[in-house]
Write a protein that binds this ligand. Structure first.
Ligand SMILES: [Fe+2]
Length: 216
C-alpha cells in the first residue's frame, strides 16, 4: 500500500515537473500588436499583417522555443541569444527580435517627424530629416535579397543606418536598434508586389516616433 502511494506521488511530481519544463520552453510569445490587424491600412493591408504577424512571426517564435530547449540559451533573454548564437538558432531568434521591434514601431496615428533628442541626433548625422529618409530608403532599396534596414545608435547616441541581410540586427555590432524596415518580400508583396521602393516610402506615414524615441 505504502509502495503504491509513493509511486503515485512520484508520478504526480514527475508530471508536475514536466508541465513546468514545457511552460519554460514556451518562454517567448508572439508579440501583441498595439493596433487592429486592419489598423495600418492602406499602408500595410490587413492580409499582410495577418500573414506577417500571425504566420511568419508565429513560426519564428515556435522555432525559437523549440531550438533553445535543453541548450545554454534556455533561460537567456532574446538579445543575448541573438548576440551569441549562430546558424538556425540565430536566424529564428534574430527574426523574433526584428519583428518585435518592427510591429511595435507603427501606429494608425503615426507619421510626421521625430522630436527632441532623436530629432537633434538625426539632424547632426544627416543634416535634415528629409536627407535621413532618402538615405534610409536608398539603403532598403539597394539591399539585395531579404533583410532589414535599421536606424541604430551607438553607446554615445551617435546614429547610423545599417543594412542587414536575412535575420541581421545591429545588436550584433554593439548598436541599439531604433527603427527597422523589413525588406523581406513577405512584408510587402501582397500590397505592393515587386515595388519595394513604393512600400518603403509609404511606411513613413505609420511610424510611431514616440515609440522609436523611447528606444533611444
Ligand atoms: Fe518579416
Amino acid at each position: 500500500m505504502i509502495t503504491l502511494l509513493v509511486s503515485l506521488l512520484l508520478l504526480i511530481t514527475n508530471s508536475q515537473a514536466k508541465a513546468d519544463t514545457n511552460e519554460n520552453f514556451m518562454k517567448f510569445e508572439l508579440v501583441k500588436l498595439p493596433y487592429a490587424v486592419d489598423g495600418l491600412e492602406p499602408v500595410i493591408g490587413k492580409s499582410t499583417i495577418e500573414f506577417h504577424h500571425g504566420k511568419h512571426l508565429q513560426t519564428y517564435v515556435n522555432n525559437l522555443n523549440n531550438l533553445i530547449q535543453g541548450t545554454k540559451f534556455e533561460n537567456a533573454d532574446l538579445e543575448t541569444i541573438v548576440r551569441e548564437s549562430d546558424g538556425v538558432l540565430f536566424n529564428n531568434a534574430g527574426q523574433v527580435l526584428n519583428h518585435n521591434l518592427y510591429f511595435t514601431q507603427f501606429s494608425p496615428k503615426g507619421g510626421g517627424q521625430p522630436s527632441g533628442k532623436l530629432a537633434e541626433a538625426i539632424n547632426a548625422a544627416w543634416g535634415s530629416f528629409e536627407n535621413f529618409q532618402k538615405e534610409f530608403e536608398a539603403a532598403g532599396v539597394s539591399l539585395f535579397g531579404s533583410g532589414w534596414v535599421w536606424l541604430a545608435a551607438d553607446k554615445d547616441g551617435k546614429l547610423s543606418i545599417t543594412k542587414e541581410a536575412n535575420a541581421g540586427n545591429p545588436v550584433t555590432k554593439g548598436l541599439k536598434p531604433l527603427l527597422g524596415f523589413d525588406v523581406w518580400e513577405h512584408a510587402y508583396y501582397l500590397d505592393y508586389q515587386n515595388r519595394r521602393a513604393d512600400h518603403l516610402k509609404e511606411l513613413w506615414k505609420i511610424v510611431d516616433w514616440k515609440a522609436v524615441e523611447a528606444r533611444f
